[in-house]
Design a protein around this ligand. Structure first.
Ligand code: HEM
Length: 402
């Protein structure tokens, strides 16, 4: 039978229904068809098995196309997109990723666990019994920002301004709210200058730290431009901030909404911390989809013809609740045993997340600290609402530690 044209795939309509409950909305779509299409012309692949498109040689990573679509073809956002690793392919991508991968190594990041646990305890202990707090900003945003600041050797006194830049410039990774462009670009210029100064300091006086190693590695790699050297550091900071902050919130909120599982976790935080994080990342993923790939040739996917040149995003909100892989997928279950070996939330292939070990260390240790020090913690109200977007933004979340 001839493959069906894309025009016959259901349309994913951004709006109140998909915003209010993306899980329910995408489940209904998945039951209707294996793929959907968005008004911007992106194919949404809905099944877990479609994750193989992420690593397939029939696709490549989307580059600057979304910025061009938005009319952004010069200036700081454009430069950041053009010189980063996330939106690059082939040899260019490998050249940019190699020095970071070499120095931001798995073992080194896993060794950050005691630091993450100590930071979590320092933030949480004084708030126990103090009533409801703003969990998003007082705890969840602090953990990734302070840890990456420590890794980069940024003084604590610079943290407030550093966190302000992160909040503004993280928006440059996705679709830009054009009303915010000026502010984002102003912060990007300041942030770039700051990172450049850090790099120059290490060139002048190397220390025993990540940034000095990175400077050494970039000097011996096939020539990276100064902008490329800088952008990879900015990218590292931004890629790890909203993702880890939001995940921490959602995982804790779902745990607290399942009191039996919360109690089980409190009884054995060390034994269960990995399972808790894996299930939280699956059940309510902070990244709505793997960054889009582009079809390099015509692809037939579950009976639909995807023409060469079409961007394809595998929806993680849908794939991570695919009943073909996860038993009773709408159930939050920290005891499930059907997680694949590589968690899809971190993408795949040449672009698989470089911060996986660090993110897991931060989330697992923070949650274990809360379970150990404050087992009677309460979530005030519902699980926080998330805004739509490639990295979903968590709304208000108040927690009382006890
Ligand atoms: C819960 C936390 C996190 C999640 C869910 C997450 C998820 C992802 C995803 C989906 C990708 C794209 C992979 C692909 O295109 O196949 C990615 C890339 C990346 N992530 Fe993460 N990430 C997290 C935390 C971090 C942290 C803490 C860092 C570093 C401090 C980091 C650094 C990066 C970098 C540098 C890339 C680009 C890799 C490349 O293009 O080669 N991430 N991440």
């Amino acid at each position: 039978m001839a493959a069906r044209p894309l025009s016959e795939a259901p349309e994913f309509a951004f709006g109140p229904a998909s915003d209010a409950n993306p899980h329910e909305y995408l489940k209904a779509m998945r039951e209707q068809a294996p793929i959907a299409r968005t008004p911007m012309g992106i194919v949404l692949a809905l099944r877990h098995r479609h994750l193989e498109l992420v690593t397939s040689d029939a696709t490549r990573q989307l580059e600057t196309e979304t910025k061009v679509m938005q009319g952004i073809t010069s200036g700081p956002i454009w430069e950041m997109t053009r010189t980063g690793m996330l939106f690059a392919n082939g040899e260019t991508h490998a050249r940019r990723r190699a020095p970071v991968a070499k120095t931001f190594a798995f073992k080194l990041m896993d060794a950050m666990r005691p630091a993450a646990a100590a930071l979590a305890a320092e933030l949480i202990e004084p708030r126990i019994g103090a009533g409801p707090i703003d969990f998003v900003n007082e705890i969840a945003a602090q953990i990734p920002a302070r840890i990456i600041a420590d890794i980069l050797g940024i003084p604590r006194s610079d943290l407030p301004v550093f966190m302000g830049w992160i909040a503004d410039t993280a928006e440059s990774l996705g679709f830009i709210d054009l009303k915010r462009r000026e502010q984002i670009e102003k912060s990007l210029v300041e942030f770039n200058d700051y990172v450049e100064k850090l790099l120059n300091d290490r060139r002048a006086a190397p220390r025993e730290d990540f940034l000095s190693e990175y400077v050494r590695a970039t000097a011996s790699e096939d020539a990276l431009s100064e902008a490329e050297v800088r952008t990879q550091i900015l990218g590292l900071i931004l890629a790890g901030s909203d993702t880890t902050r939001g995940s921490l919130c959602l995982i804790l909120a779902h745990l607290l909404r399942h009191p039996q599982q919360w109690r089980a976790f409190c009884a054995d935080p060390q034994g269960l911390k990995k399972a808790v994080v894996a299930e939280g990342l699956r059940y309510d993923p902070i990244v709505s989809g793997v960054p889009p790939r582009v079809a390099l040739r015509d692809i037939e996917l579950d009976g639909y013809l995807i023409p060469a040149g079409t961007p394809i995003a595998v929806s993680l909100i849908s794939a991570l609740r695919d009943p073909e892989v996860y038993a009773d997928p709408d159930r939050f279950d920290i005891a499930r045993t059907d997680h694949p070996r590589w968690h899809p939330i971190f993408g795949g292939g040449a672009h698989r997340c470089l911060g996986e070990a660090l993110a897991k260390a931060e989330m697992e240790e923070t949650l274990a600290v809360i379970a150990r020090l404050a087992p009677n913690t309460q979530l005030i109200g519902d699980v926080p609402k998330c805004s739509a977007g490639p990295i979903r933004q968590v709304g208000e979340m108040r927690v009382a530690f006890a």
